[in-house]
Design a binder for this molecule. Structure first.
Ligand SMILES: C[S@@+](CC[C@H](N)C(=O)[O-])C[C@H]1O[C@@H](n2cnc3c(N)ncnc32)[C@H](O)[C@@H]1O
Length: 409
């Protein structure tokens, strides 16, 4: 079914609410942490929209600006500022009107009318040494050029994070169309509302379309997945899963940490799209992993309130959280770091490798069990607490390092 985007801003749908919560719970922590770096913070909403939905709900620009102003008010840092930029192809004027109440005392505020993919390089060109956050929330997949993501990684920013709404099901359906593979009877690919982008004809010219899809995917690995799907080796859900795994691997060529959260409206339901978080710093990755896990818990609690009880805790992938399995994974994973690795780096690398399979708190419990049973050795500096007792912490800070390695037998 084709969905015309002119209705998108009439009222906020439940998918947008989940996305917004992911953003709005992360940004306060992100801003507070990066204000400490005393380097410029530059937040760009690359597909900003109107700022407000017609039903009065805040859109992503107003969500971010409220958080920005609040963080600046609370910040103890001298001359704290957070600069912001909002790009939209269709609604720049409405956006300007909707955010007119925000002034630039907390940082600069720019609205740009145009296409993200044509404007962004110029916008970022003088931001060397800054902390950059790009919120990338398009209607569809067309503007998600992986060459641009590759370029951002080499711009010499102090830090960079991307939060991308990737409609991986939409990608796979387009991939089937382009390769003329029938998907009409596959629930995974037909239960989506078809989103019309600004150029609805883009996927119809086969040669160009293959190129376009490879630009988005960052390679042509997607074609093998389509051919295996055509040979009925797996269904559309598995195809999407394989595509997403490869897509994240591709992002990891330029960025150290990549996480994703499949977005579903209810636990147990199939996901509709994925929010992907990309960063080069372990702290951003850890904060986002806990954020994703908490948002997924919230959904779970809402369902329980609705009367559907489950005896199990589920992770963002909707799998039952099993401590023994996570411990086995940790034990194997530690073989990659025979010299030992800092606790925070280990957390971020582990989540990137296995996904957000639990919260950091649970991993720390597992480490404690592993330390008690001699499976890992832990070097802490300082080794003693303020009360001169042997430290048992797994929390790193400027004054505390924690190096973990697999114990030698
Ligand atoms: C999904 S909506 C964004 C919603 C917004 N994040 C929010 O929460 O309110 C996508 C927006 O991207 C804009 N758009 C479409 N193509 C674009 C492009 N190439 N560059 C920038 N904006 C674009 C559309 O006008 C639309 O407002």
């Amino acid at each position: 079914m084709s969905k015309d985007n002119k209705d998108f801003f009439k009222s906020k749908n439940s998918w947008s609410e989940i996305k917004d919560r992911l953003l709005s719970c992360y940004l306060p922590q992100y801003f507070q942490k990066l204000l400490m770096t005393r380097k410029e913070i530059f937040y760009v909403d690359c597909f900003a929209g109107k700022g407000k939905f017609d039903d009065g709900n805040d859109g992503s620009p107003i969500i971010a600006l409220k958080i920005r102003d609040d963080c600046i008010k609370r910040s103890k840092a001298e001359n704290a500022r957070i600069n912001t930029c909002f790009i939209d192809l269709n609604y720049a004027d409405e956006l300007k009107a909707n955010i007119a109440d925000f002034c630039d005392s907390s940082g600069s505020l720019t609205v740009i009318s145009g296409k993200y993919e044509e404007k962004i390089e110029q916008i970022l060109s003088n931001k060397r040494g800054a902390n950059i956050f790009l919120y990338i929330d398009p209607y569809g997949i067309r503007a998600l050029d992986s060459n641009l993501f590759d370029k951002f990684a080499s711009y010499g920013f102090y830090s960079i994070e991307l939060l991308i709404n990737m409609n991986s099901f939409g990608f796979f359906r387009d991939a089937c169309r382009v390769m003329q593979v029938d998907y009409k009877n596959d629930e995974a690919l037909n239960s989506l509302e078809e989103i019309v982008e600004y150029d609805p004809t883009y996927i119809s010219v086969s040669q160009q379309s293959e190129e376009l899809l490879s630009n988005i995917a960052g390679g042509d690995y997607w074609k093998d997945i389509v051919m295996d799907y055509k040979a009925k080796k797996f269904d559309g859900y598995e195809a999407e899963n394989r595509f997403s795994t490869k897509y994240k691997e591709r992002l990891r060529e330029k960025y150290t940490y990549v996480l994703d959260m499949p977005i579903r409206l209810k636990p147990g339901q199939r996901p509709k799209y994925r929010m992907i978080h990309v960063s080069n710093h372990e702290h951003g990755c850890i904060l986002m992993a806990d954020n994703m896990a908490s948002r997924s818990d919230e959904l779970f609690i809402e369902i329980q309130r609705g009367g559907q009880l489950s005896l199990f805790d589920l992770n963002v992938e909707n799998e039952i959280i099993n401590m023994d399995e996570i411990q086995d994974k940790m034990q194997v994973f530690l073989d990659n770091f025979p010299q030992g690795i800092g606790a925070d780096k280990l957390l971020a690398c582990f989540f990137t490798e296995y996904g957000v399979i639990c919260k950091t708190g649970l991993i720390k419990k597992i480490w404690k069990t592993m330390e008690d049973s001699g499976l890992i050795s832990v070097d802490r500096n300082p080794a003693l607490t303020e009360n001169n007792k042997p430290s048992r912490t797994f929390t790193e800070s400027k004054r505390q390092s924690v190096i973990i390695r697999r114990a030698t037998k």
